[in-house]
Design a protein. Structure first.
Length: 252
């Protein structure tokens, strides 16, 4: 019985969107896929629902009257790490960037293909499960320690100089990937596949924004060394001290 309750909880989604017709359509798309969808049509109700617990993921529209999606996301992230998938206007890069900066796990522009919505939801949920399940990654039980950062996959805790750092599911997984490949350059396509579960698109800024958030939370520099270095036109490198560089093997 307890296992069945866990499975149901992992399928409960909260949709926050003032478009009633779209809410009905999304519910029709998702319920045959095994998801239970609760729909609310204003930001305040959405915030209360998201913080009330019990949801595996929140689907949050940006454009809502009164309390908009950004306000809701900001309030959620001040108290909860529940995964959030933002729905943004087609072609509005500013909305996507702001959402990711505020801690959204992913975004999907409207109008969207229902199959892509389902794929994005599943990818975010897989990432969230791996971040709390020590069996989800080979060798994930071991703590990762480099310079002033310590990541414990089993406890899903990151510390910098001994102090806990609050990360979203996407940020935690990205840091784990970078630390496991420290000293090696990881391409954006490889990061997109490992982190987001999808093929990299040239104008997709998701990876860049998650890296930016990590830099803000962990500090851009480690002593006189850049912590996460951008390799122009290719990807990212979590740097290591000069003395360790000869022992580094191949990357992803």
């Amino acid at each position: 019985m307890a296992e069945d309750q866990v499975k149901r909880a992992n399928r409960r989604l909260l949709l926050v969107d003032d478009d009633i017709e779209l809410g009905e359509l999304i519910t029709e798309y998702l319920e045959p896929e095994g998801f239970q969808v609760d729909v609310v049509n204003d930001g305040r109700q959405g915030l209360e629902g998201a913080l009330g617990g019990g949801y595996a993921l929140v689907i949050l529209d940006v454009m809502m009257p009164a309390l908009n999606g950004f306000d809701v996301l900001r309030a959620i992230r001040s108290r909860s790490a529940v995964p959030v998938l933002m729905l943004t206007a087609r072609g509005d890069d500013v909305d996507r960037i702001v959402g990711l900066e505020l801690g959204a796990d992913d975004y999907l522009p409207k109008p969207f293909n229902p199959r892509e919505l389902i794929a994005r939801i599943r990818a975010v949920l897989r990432r969230a499960r791996r971040s709390i399940d020590p069996t989800g990654v080979a060798g994930a039980g071991e703590r990762l320690v480099l310079d002033d950062v310590e990541l414990d996959p089993g406890a899903r805790v990151v510390r910098r100089l001994g102090a806990v750092v609050d990360l979203t599911g996407a940020e935690f997984k990205l840091l784990e990937i970078l630390l496991r490949s420290a000293g090696r350059v990881i391409s954006r396509p490889d990061l997109s596949k490992a982190l987001l579960g999808r093929r990299f698109m040239p104008y997709d800024r998701s990876i860049d924004m998650h890296v930016s958030n990590l830099r803000k939370k962990l500090g851009h520099m480690v002593g006189d060394r850049e912590r996460i270095k951008s390799i122009r036109g290719y990807g990212y490198l979590y740097t290591i001290p000069e003395s360790q560089r000869e022992s580094v093997g191949p990357g992803l």
